[in-house]
Design a protein. Sequence first.
Length: 368
Amino acid sequence: MRSLLIAATAGAIAMTGVGTAQAADDVTVMTRNIFLGADLGPALRAKSGGEFLGAVGEIVRQVEATNFPKRAKGLAAEIQQRKPDLIGLQEAALWRKGKVDLNAVYSQKPTATKVVQDFVKILLKEVNKGKVKYEVVKIQNEFDFEAPADLDNNLKTGTSGAEANYRLTMRDAILKRKGVGIKTKDLRGKQYTVKNSFTAKVANFVTVTSRRGWLSTRAKVGDGPWFTFANTHLEAFDDRTVVPSIRARQAGEFAKAMAKVKGPLIALGDFNSDSPGLVPGDEQAFEALTKAGFVDIGTTTPLSCCIADSYDLKTGGSITDFDHRVDQIFTTTPKKVKRLKTWVVGREQSFGYWHSDHAGVVGKYALK
């Protein structure tokens, strides 16, 4: 299979496969991790309350610096370029803020309601400026956590050293193209069990559980058959030396859920797991899926993950940072889902920013 790099407004787009005209029963899908906007690691690793407040303040500054409204322009250009019928979004963050409330942290019952940035609304606003229009099919809340932020790097100011509470609701979403007769029904979704989730003791006073899940819809594109479209995001905070890893166990849950599907299946997302041979230990979730009957129908080259300096998507990062293949497309019904063509999009900056720390993967398939 040959690869051809095409320079486009959205960035370099890698195309593999044989070109074919769009048939009535063809479907084009996209998996796109749009990046929540900051590195959460320092906050999760904080050893004291003061360190935690400072780390949350840095997260707030990173979200501002990584500038999703600008990045959304590049993401919108990718979508307009490839015109996928269905899109699976990961890290479709909703950022909110409120007054300092330590109980919201202790109880893990968030209270902040003032919207700072809604990534789905921002992205749809940019996308729908173009000729091809999209709408939400389903949004699912996953990780939802609120914490006080030291915004001025001074623990002697504010309330207990913080100036405001900030809340991150991590979401996954499914979008569909409007105006071309795409039908959807039977919306489903579920979070992975707590026993298969990452849990950390933060700053020696609060336990944080990173929740992940999957969502799906039955879909029909034009005169094609009904099929199931599923989107997931497996755990990022994991230890690849542990067997089975958290994300391998989540992959097992996902496989069991998809085993109930009747008819053609396209399952995609950020699996945070490489195909074998790239990074030792990272293949666990990938192999759990293939052992369960999943067939890889995505693209092997070029790689789609990840910009190393994710906190600096303006001046940091390089195309050489893309050294993982974790954004994938699978099926369990290979006789009913034939791969026609695949692309990797967003491996260059546009509008002054990398569109995300990930690139996106687009696939075109014939369904039976």
